[in-house]
Write a protein of this length. Sequence first.
Length: 161
Amino acid sequence: MATENKNLSQYNKNELPNARPYTFGIVVSQWNDHITHNLRDGAIATLLDLGAEQENILQMAVPGSFELIFGSQQMQRNCDVVIAIGSVIRGETSHFDFVCQGVTQGIATLNMSGNVPVIFCVLTDDNEQQSIDRSGGAHGNKGVEAAVAAVQMVELANKGR
């Protein structure tokens, strides 16, 4: 496991662009909300720490991870960058594979077809403990990492404008 015994959620604020000029969209799956809300909270705290204004952080709830695609597409209309937050935990059927493949391809398609980056913050874990460990537990908070990526990508996207 690549992140075993590592917390990858630390960042150096001085090495990152200021988030103040940008509007951020956060689309959050309500499925496994004890996981996704921790990811969302980590992302918001990080954006604020990096200079974002609270009123420039827009949020949208969607039922599940598959719906992140549509929600992110809608959010692209009003934001400079979008963070799609979800959690899919493997079960006993192939549903896990279909959802993971679908949301991954959907987010990739949004990134290829538009000028507004969409950050993939969807945990795809084998069990609930792995998700807990990555949403504020032993391995940090992937929401923090997604917010850092969002600030970096929105800066990159706006350099050419």
